[in-house]
Write a protein that binds this ligand. Structure first.
Ligand SMILES: [Zn+2]
Length: 172
């Protein structure tokens, strides 16, 4: 290459993207606390763990309360209904989407818990989604129950009035 010839690599447009299909297969070892939470779901129950010091109820139970540093594993069964603390409307389709968009993903503070769980709400228009909605679990049929949060098909409006912001403001 002479000194006068342009360097092809220097003049070509930079490569900014390379499409690539990635697949990752992995196994999660649930451990004692997550296992108790998952097994309860197979029994149509939602069980968390209470910290004996600050009394917060974690879902699932934890090996240590992040505030107090002691096991938060005193079993506590919480309700299968609760308050939507925040939400997101999914409008973009993707391969593993559970429903055709739009649909509503929510954080739900179940009655008796101090940590929200994440799930879906069905039966409302996305424009109706709001903080404070009271929702009730719709479980799968008995023969479909298993140690998975998918034992709850989705949540629906419970018919109760919306919760006041102050009742969940410390759980966002
Ligand atoms: Zn604690």
């Amino acid at each position: 290459m002479s000194d006068d010839a342009p360097d092809a690599a220097a003049t070509a447009a930079p490569v900014t993207m390379v499409p690539s299909h990635v697949r990752l297969t992995y196994t999660v070892t649930a451990g004692r606390h997550l296992s108790s939470y998952l097994r309860a779901l197979a029994d149509r129950r939602i069980v968390g763990g209470r910290c004996p010091v600050c009394t917060k109820v974690y879902l699932p139970a934890r090996g240590a309360c992040p505030t107090c540093g002691v096991p938060a594993d005193q079993p506590v069964e919480v309700a299968d209904r609760g308050t939507v603390t925040t939400f997101c409307v999914i409008r973009i389709p993707f391969e593993a989407a559970p429903f055709p968009p739009p649909y509503v993903a929510v954080a739900i503070l179940l009655d008796g818990a101090d940590m929200p769980i994440f799930h879906l709400v069905r039966g409302i228009a996305p424009e109706e989604a709001r903080m404070g909605m009271r929702v009730q679990a719709r479980w799968v049929a008995d023969d479909q129950l298993g140690p998975t949060l998918a034992s709850i098909r989705w949540f629906e409006l419970s018919g109760e009035p919306d919760a006041a912001y102050e009742t969940y403001a410390n759980h966002l």
